[in-house]
Design a protein around this ligand. Structure first.
Ligand SMILES: Cc1cc2nc3c(=O)[nH]c(=O)nc-3n(C[C@H](O)[C@H](O)[C@H](O)COP(=O)(O)OP(=O)(O)OC[C@H]3O[C@@H](n4cnc5c(N)ncnc54)[C@H](O)[C@@H]3O)c2cc1C
Length: 397
């Protein structure tokens, strides 16, 4: 009989953080990963805060390029207004290398990681999970961490959480183009192969949050849009990506380069704190708890934060209320929980459109020296948009 102290489902950032924490506490830990290796189901890259990852996993984070500049473009109708700034500490990373590295750190701490193994269901006795059935047999444990990402089949099968609906999910589509290192440097005016950029976009009708990241020898471009807006407008996600790339000029930029990857994935729009976080000795973390920001795509830091707390909860067998309290205390997690109300209001109806029109009009007026225009925009928005905005800001406290 295979028996461990703690079994973790998923070797993504949240699962590896949970494994690191539990194994470092001296527990016998098993991580089940359905992919051929950690990260293989999350092949392309992401933008991460390197200092935060280092604070949990130590030095040696594999990264592609520093993000020296972020450009945010807000599209009011067809024309963007853009703001550019230099962030601190952001880098891009390839998920295959990144997830493999996180997993290797947990293995060095003593966790056992078994790939090519899919967890199917938990087996319960008197409301306590006793074992987990996988496609390669059954494993017994004292506690379980479900770090299975957005498609949380084991959590759903155990009725800890319900399925995603079009009202609470964002569809994303992402492409990666192979681009020579020197071409990236000339396209983005970057100094050398460790210097890079991130471009972010917001468009309305339907609401689209888009991004472009530079890696060493590739560029990744993606969009996310609330599924209910796509359904209402009968827009297919791949068509939305094509339109986005045409409108932003990115189609022309990547013309002639080869498409390396095309993927689609759902991001949960809802989640913690409005869902169950655990059931008896089973703890959810990361995307399985909906801990990802659907507008900025920031999900890896909260996944690592919640994984660490889930690992600790599994070691000390915390009850649900204490686990929830520990999650809420963490700034990476409370930030997402507090922003959720603001974002779901921003993403619904015409709010995003109103705000973007207001900001774009003010910035255009400012740039063209038209102070009266700026004043007029403020006056015309004084009665509706600004009080609304203030109301949202107050709700975030
Ligand atoms: C298009 C897009 C762009 C993004 N960009 C960024 C970004 O730039 N920065 C950022 O911080 N975040 C980004 N995110 C969000 C980020 O990818 C997630 O929030 C993060 O990966 C969540 O980590 P996780 O460990 O909870 O889940 P995952 O990374 O999804 O890991 C879950 C793991 O569990 C495994 N698994 C699932 N079910 C089973 C099972 N039954 N048995 C065994 N194994 C199983 C999967 O194979 C996977 O390896 C992006 C997301 C998308 C969709």
């Amino acid at each position: 009989m295979l028996e461990y102290d703690i079994v973790i489902v998923g070797a993504g950032p949240s699962g590896s953080a949970a494994a690191l924490k539990a194994a470092s506490s001296g527990k016998k830990v098993l991580v089940l990963e359905r992919g051929p290796e950690p990260g293989s189901k999350n092949v392309s890259g992401a933008m991460i805060r390197k200092d935060y990852v280092t604070s949990v996993f130590g030095e040696g984070v594999p990264f592609e390029r520093n993000v020296d500049k972020i450009k945010l473009s807000l599209y009011d109708k067809d024309k963007p207004v853009s703001i550019e700034f230099s962030p601190d500490n952001l880098v891009t990373t390839g998920r295959l290398k990144f997830d493999k590295w996180l997993s290797s750190v947990s293995e060095n701490a003593g966790a056992m990681v078994i790939p090519k193994t899919t967890a199917l269901k938990l087996n319960w006795e008197n409301n306590v999970a006793k074992s987990i059935t996988t496609d390669r047999g059954e494993v017994f444990a004292k506690s379980f961490v479900l770090a299975e990402g957005v498609n949380s089949l084991v959590s759903m099968e155990s009725k800890i959480k319900s399925d995603l609906t079009p009202e609470n999910a964002v569809e994303t589509v992402k492409v990666v183009y192979s681009v020579k290192k020197e071409d990236i440097n000339s396209m983005f005016n970057t100094k050398n192969e460790s210097s890079g950029v991130a471009w972010r976009y917001i468009m309305t009708d339907p609401l689209v949050a888009g991004f472009l990241y530079t890696y060493k020898d590739s560029v990744s471009i993606g969009i996310g849009s609330p599924i209910n807006q796509l359904v209402e407008r009968k827009i297919r996600p791949e068509k939305l990506l094509d339109d986005f790339m045409d409108k932003t000029g990115l189609s022309d930029m990547v013309k002639g380069y080869s498409l390396r990857e095309y993927s689609a994935k759902v991001i949960p729009e809802g989640g913690f704190p409005d869902i169950n976080v655990s059931k008896s000795n089973v703890y959810l973390c990361g995307d399985a708890l909906g801990l990802v920001d659907p507008l900025t795509f920031d999900g890896i830091s909260p996944a690592i934060a919640s994984g660490t707390i889930a690992g600790s909860a599994a070691v000390y067998n915390l009850d649900s209320a204490t686990y929830r309290y520990e999650l809420m205390k963490n700034p990476e997690i409370s930030k997402i929980a507090k922003e959720r109300k603001l974002e779901s209001e921003f993403m619904s109806g015409d709010r995003a459109k109103e705000y973007i029109e207001m900001v774009s009009s003010m910035l255009n007026n400012w740039a063209s020296g038209n102070m009266f225009g700026m004043r007029n925009t403020m006056v015309s928005n004084y009665r509706n948009v600004i009080p609304d905005l203030m109301g949202f800001v107050l709700k975030m406290r």
